[in-house]
Design a protein around this ligand. Structure first.
Ligand code: ASP
Length: 520
């Protein structure tokens, strides 16, 4: 089943069109220029964009949290009679109190920077960086908005076209079974890689959580048990008719970009269309034409991709404090970043072997064909926003049939997240290690299962995985405060794991195409 060139391919090797090659080069230039601007001018832009004032606010909250947590430990020490437990609580209280002193010192430093910056602003000295900041952010925002704009029409039309073009309802079932099996197997491999790496590298024993801060949005996710949250994925949130897999109102689901609900609806609607004979033909043709038109729009969007990607890269690096901000985070939790990055790279290699063996494709060519989608994933941190470009690359550069791509990719962008699953496993164990909590085999097993489920439950939007991780933490009884340790660097790891998510989806399309669709 491995890759074998057909006679036709040997005579006429497929070349990427010069247009798409130039497009790719321009995107690379956009990324490079964005990274340069972000790294060398990011700190100045950060100041111009009120970064220091925001940092002061976060540090103030961090300080308050440290004091509160330290007090909590002191109270717990006072309330217990067990001398061993008392000593443990007291030690933790002292550790947190010492951290509070460091946070306070940093707060004073950043407060001075914030005051100076505001003086410069009042004197009109920030006009240039402020304008550059606004323009880069504008370029990124417009590009991202246009991509998001296309997601709903694309998911609906490509899913219905994919399903109806398979014709026979039994074939839809086979494609579904193969796709889900593929998602399941690759997600399992990803979590396993994550578990092994985090246990071998032990990044948590080498980290510094002084500036860890638990944001309100993460604490808000604490409500409800893991089972409740998983049920919520299917039924939706009480009182929100647009949520869940079977929302009460499909238009509200579209308004809140509940892609999973639209997919479920499109699968059932498409399948029903194939069973009503001639009557259904006109609707099927309507969706096919609509799908082609949306894909043409995706083509147009690619023209502004280099500028949009440039804006996204530069503004994101700047928003996080430029090179200095990044360096600071790497010093604190560099080993954790390394473990996730190595894991993602290893998983990408596994995926390449899969596409070679089960997809009958040259893995290097396949990856190169996906380059534009992968680079878009890096800059948007959203599988859903990247979906239009993923579909384009899979079909046009890698020759996967729209029948397979139309089904596997929208579904994959929502539920198949190898990168997220791998990251969640590493992050949770990293948090346990940092807090000095030992995990047994049973707990590792629970992490293994819940990390896979939490990845399925994560939407294809930025930082979704960070929130669903709360499910995993709770399942093994770890404090959700732990998320604070990894919060500051998550914007960066999100980009890397989204890229692997998109790559995994694209390979699923090739595998299903080769094993089911093309063998009809
Ligand atoms: N941002 C990721 C995606 O869109 C999800 C996550 O946060 O892990 O694929």
């Amino acid at each position: 089943m491995g890759y074998a060139m057909t006679a036709e391919e040997q005579q006429q090797p497929k070349q990427p069109s010069s247009g798409s090659f130039t497009g790719l080069i321009l995107i690379l230039v956009g990324i490079f220029a964005g990274a340069l601007l972000g790294l060398f001018y990011g700190e100045t832009m950060w100041r111009a964009a009120h970064g220091p004032t925001k940092a002061v606010e976060t540090l103030q909250k961090t300080l308050a949290q440290k004091e509160e947590f330290s007090q909590r430990e002191t109270d717990a020490a006072a309330a217990t009679d067990d001398p061993q437990a008392k000593a443990k609580f007291e030690k933790e209280a002292a550790r947190l109190a010492a951290q509070a002193v460091k946070v306070d010192a940093r707060l004073q430093e950043v407060q001075t920077i914030a005051d100076d910056t505001e003086k410069q602003r009042a004197a009109g000295q920030l006009y240039v960086p402020e304008t550059i900041w606004m323009l880069t952010e504008f370029c990124g925002d417009v590009f991202l908005q246009i991509l998001k704009l296309l997601v709903i029409p694309l998911v609906i039309t490509s899913m219905i076209t994919g399903i109806t073009s398979l014709g026979d309802i039994r074939k839809v079932g086979r494609v579904g079974v193969y796709a889900i099996t593929y998602y399941f197997i690759t997600t399992t491999i990803a979590v396993l890689i994550g578990l092994i790496l985090v246990l071998v590298i032990q990044p948590g024993t080498k980290s510094d959580d002084t500036f860890a801060y638990q944001s309100e949005s993460v604490s808000a996710k604490e409500r409800g048990t893991p089972v409740e949250k998983l049920l919520e994925v299917v039924r939706g949130k009480p009182g929100d008719p647009g949520s869940g897999m079977f929302p009460a109102n499909i238009f509200q689901a579209a308004t809140s970009t509940n892609v999973l609900a639209l997919i479920v609806f499109a699968i059932i609607f498409g399948s029903a269309l194939t069973t009503i004979g001639e009557e259904g033909e006109i609707v099927i043709r309507f969706f096919k034409a609509a799908n082609e038109a949306v894909m043409k729009m995706v083509h147009l969007v690619m023209m502004i991709a280099p500028v949009g990607i440039f804006g996204l890269v530069a503004s994101n690096i700047a928003k996080n404090g430029g090179a200095a901000g990044f360096g600071e985070q790497m010093q604190r939790i560099g080993w954790y970043v390394a473990a996730v990055t190595i894991g993602l790279l290893l998983h990408a290699v596994v995926l390449m072997v899969i596409v070679w063996y089960f997809g009958n494709k040259n893995p290097i060519k396949y990856a190169l064909g996906m380059a534009r989608a992968l680079l878009t994933a890096v800059s948007t941190a959203s599988s859903s926003a990247t979906l239009p470009i993923t579909i384009e690359c899979v079909e046009e550069n890698n020759g996967v049939s729209p029948k397979a791509a139309g089904f596997v990719l929208p579904l994959g962008a929502t539920i198949n997240m190898d990168g997220t699953a791998l990251y969640e496993a590493i992050a949770v164990i990293f948090i346990a290690q940092s807090l000095g909590i030992q995990l047994g085999v049973g707990e590792l097993l629970v992490i293994f299962l819940t990390a896979s489920l939490a990845a399925v439950g994560a939407a294809g939007v930025p930082e979704a995985g960070l929130f669903t991780m709360v499910i995993v933490l709770q399942a093994v009884g770890l404090p959700t405060e732990g998320v604070g340790i990894i919060l500051a660097i998550d914007w960066f790891l999100d980009r890397l794991r989204t890229t692997v998510n998109v790559f995994g989806d694209s390979i699923g399309a090739a595998v299903v195409d080769n094993l089911v669709v093309s063998r009809a």
